[in-house]
Design a protein around this ligand. Sequence first.
Ligand code: URP
Ligand code: ZN
Ligand code: ZN
Ligand code: ZN
Length: 510
Amino acid sequence: SPLFGLSQICESGIGYCDSESVLSSKILIAGGTVVNADHQEVADVYVEDGVIVDVRPNIKVSDGVRIIDATGKFVMPGGIDPHTHLAMEFMGTETIDNFFSGQAAALAGGTTMHIDFVIPVQGSLSKGYEAYVEKAKLSCMDYGFHMAITKWDDTVSKEMEIMVKEKGINSFKFFMAYKGSLMISDELLLEGLKQCKSLGALAMVHAENGDAVFEGQKRMIELGITGPEGHALSRPPVLEGEATARAIRLAAFVNTPLYVVHVMSIDAMEEIARAQKSGQKVIGEPVVSGLVLDDSVLWDPDFITAAKFVMSPPIRAPGHGKALQAALSTGILKLVGTDHCTFNSTQKSFGIDDFRKIPNGVNGLEERMHLVWDTMVESGQLSVTDFVRVTSTECAKLFNIYPRKGAIRAGSDADIIIFNPNSTFHISASSHHSRSDTNVYEGRNGKGKVEVTIAGGKIVWENDELKVVPGSGKYISMPPFNYLYNGIDKADENYLTSLKAPVNRIKPSL
Ligand code: URP
Ligand code: ZN
Ligand code: ZN
Ligand code: ZN
């Protein structure tokens, strides 16, 4: 309801605008450097009714068109975050950011679409889907859904087909950790991989050995290590490497593409690199926290300061982040997510006496674009076009919505940012748009700033002001059989042919 929307907005300090007329539907972005994943050039961008109509130098427009001067700035596709958890019920509580506050934060940071993970309700995909359709009614930007698979039977298998063929979901996540709640067995993973393949859906894994994590947690508690540092110590990189390797090998056995979410360690990254070298189709997704933070924060004497960094797989020792950055710059890792999954101090305090009860998750939706720019482009590890690729275009391609999303070109949705490389950003919980009272990037400054965000053809972020309307975001249906599926059938045919090759077996003389 509008009332709910308003109170929400006041609470988080976001400007409200209910009159569509104030938001011009015709916009000319003039004189900027238009950047796509494959090319950049100085050009104007003309937007009408939510769609990019024209991209070329010297576009002439009539009166009534809002003109934004972008001279000296980059005009890029809005960010797409492949990995978020908004309004997620998890570890006995619910994330503090819902589809409105999380998306408002995203827009303030230049992200104009995200893909959130639907969690089934009592194993039921359709019930989970319905629940997330309700949650997403607050949306103020475009979004899509992945879906987690948490149990296996014929109903689940059938529902996967319905999700792909009727509901616009083309990816399923399998949790190899969180024993006792979301964790699945290898047997289930195999069934899931087979069904993903038959539907042309992308299988995703949270790769940690959940049984060994459980053992590691017991070990820490027995040693009297109950603080947030126990979280990192209980689930070391070797457990992430093991599960990543296992998932990769099972995907090879089924011959289906695999997407490894939140790659946090050298161990996992090297398994991905090895598989890619052998020709396997494996995508690795680093998240911002894994790229820019290190685990020293988990030893902070202040509980909340340490607990806010608790996520799984854990933020690793210094060195892992640098290696993940290098892998992103060379293309081993393909796109950057956030795993935005926020809990406030009160919620993090559930684990004051036992790190196992600290709700797992960190923020990042608002910060991702700025931190990737500052960490990767300012350091010379990524070009500006590569920045667009890893923050937007690759995600659109993988989830099969390119070039509607992920490109500045005629016919694409008008999800656009104007980025000033000569300005600076500053991150603080006191000014961010998430509803959380903490920020894992508190106090960070860096180069570059998203000055304008246009989502669905409307200016939603300008002069550090948000103008967002709950309910204005659209669900983006995502079709199956992305580019990773090219050639999978040929490989299968060759495999079957090789099996059927006749053996001229010599009969034993009896
Ligand atoms: O700690 C995390 N990552 N929380 C969100 C759930 C998940 O594993 O992605
Ligand atoms: Zn996960
Ligand atoms: Zn996640
Ligand atoms: Zn603000």
